[in-house]
Design a binder for this molecule. Structure first.
Ligand SMILES: C=CC1=C(C)c2cc3[nH]c(cc4nc(cc5[nH]c(cc1n2)c(C)c5CCC(=O)O)C(CCC(=O)O)=C4C)c(C)c3C=C
Ligand SMILES: [Fe+2]
Ligand SMILES: [Fe+2]
Length: 344
């Protein structure tokens, strides 16, 4: 058998044209693991409401962060793929869950190189049904339909892997070296609370606002909230941060459902009002900088902070294609590629 890797990130629109943004949002938000209501209700919410106004607003936001080469998320993912590919001895392809390059084209690319054993690598440190799970489900559907001779191994959420924690911690300490910050926000992409309950394999553990995420449980293997708190705890431990100097928040809320709390924007505002002058923000749910980090945090978040009297607002870049991260990914790939199958 011949091995290869498919790195998978979220994806972006083809351009900042509102029609392209609409097409992308339609594919994204019509995913039953993103807006997880029955098809008729999802169509009503997405096609009847959201897609009437959001594409124009989102297109304006994309316009502010778009690069000459394209969407930052795609460009940064491509750079990562190229660098990992250079360091490993098996082919590494790239795909996006929504938009281009599709998962189907990524699998085809590997298939054309003779690969029949694929390491499926969702580029999300913390598990969520709207990210990791939807990638795995779609890839499996494609495998059954179009690539029946392929075998998949999926990289699980790596939220607590010592290599990831070390690289993330180093990225933070490098950016904050010499910065006189008073507080660090660990801002994760939010999800509806319902998603957490749905992913609870024990069906009874996740109470969400109680202490469930700190109480050991098999549910944590798929609990996004637990994994966000764990990533934060481990980075804080690594950097020897004092408890009162950091806070976990959740950003990018959409719709009227209850989402994970507390929200990043309100927290930034409250901290500024309460007298914090120097704030740092890190966004560990994103491995590549994207709309949610470059616009929502680095532009909108900064503006909110300044409006209420805040002064220095430092945003730690995502891991992107930094050398230590590339080396870690290449090592994980090689460890998988050269591991012997366990004999019965
Ligand atoms: C119900 C809606 C959404 C859920 C649930 C959700 C979860 C989720 N998303 C990411 C990562 C990214 N999301 C990005 C953009 C984005 N997310 C949503 C909605 C939900 N996300 C929307 C509508 C958009 C599009 C932009 C907008 O209109 O605001 C991005 C950036 C993409 C880019 O092109 O740069 C990322 C990355 C995670 C990790 C996550 C759950 C944990
Ligand atoms: Fe999102
Ligand atoms: Fe929990």
């Amino acid at each position: 058998m011949s091995k290869g890797v498919l790195l998978v990130n979220l994806g972006s629109p083809d351009s900042t044209d509102p029609n392209d943004v609409k097409k992308y949002l339609d594919e994204f938000l019509m995913d039953e693991r993103v807006i997880d209501v029955p098809f008729w209700a999802r169509s009503l919410i997405v096609r009847g409401i959201i897609l009437n106004t959001r594409p124009k607003k989102s297109a304006e936001a994309y316009e502010k962060i778009w690069w000459e080469e394209g969407s930052p998320l795609i460009v940064l993912s491509e750079r990562l793929q190229e660098k990992v590919n250079e360091l490993t001895s098996v082919p590494v392809a790239l795909a996006m869950r929504y938009g281009k390059p599709s998962i189907k084209s990524g699998l085809q690319e590997l298939h054309d190189q003779g690969v029949d054993e694929v390491l499926l690598f969702p580029l999300y440190p913390q598990f969520a049904m709207a990210t990791t799970e939807t990638i795995v489900v779609l890839a499996e559907e494609l495998r059954k339909k179009d690539f029946p001779n392929m075998e998949f191994t999926t990289v699980p959420a790596f939220y607590n892997h010592p290599d990831y924690i070390r690289v993330l911690a180093n990225s933070i300490s490098e950016k904050l070296k010499g910065v006189d910050y008073e507080h660090i926000l660990f801002s994760y992409h939010g999800v509806p609370k319902r998603h957490i309950r749905k992913s609870d394999i024990t069906k009874s553990h996740c109470k969400i606002d109680g202490s469930c995420c700190q109480t050991p449980s098999p549910a944590h293997q798929f609990c996004y909230r637990h994994q966000c708190y764990e990533t934060t705890r481990l980075v804080a431990e690594y950097l020897e941060l004092k408890k009162e100097t950091y806070t976990v928040t959740f950003q990018s809320r959409l719709g009227f459902d209850p989402w994970l709390q507390p929200p990043t924007d309100r927290t930034i505002e409250r901290m500024g009002i309460n007298g914090t002058k120097n704030l740092a923000v890190v966004t560990p749910a994103f491995v590549s900088d994207c709309l949610e980090t470059l616009e929502e945090i680095a532009m909108e978040g900064k503006e909110i902070f300044h409006e209420v009297g805040g002064k220095d607002f430092t945003v730690v870049p995502c891991l992107n294609d930094r050398e230590d991260w590339v080396k870690v990914l290449a090592r994980w790939v090689d460890e998988w590629a050269f591991s012997e199958p366990v004999k019965a």
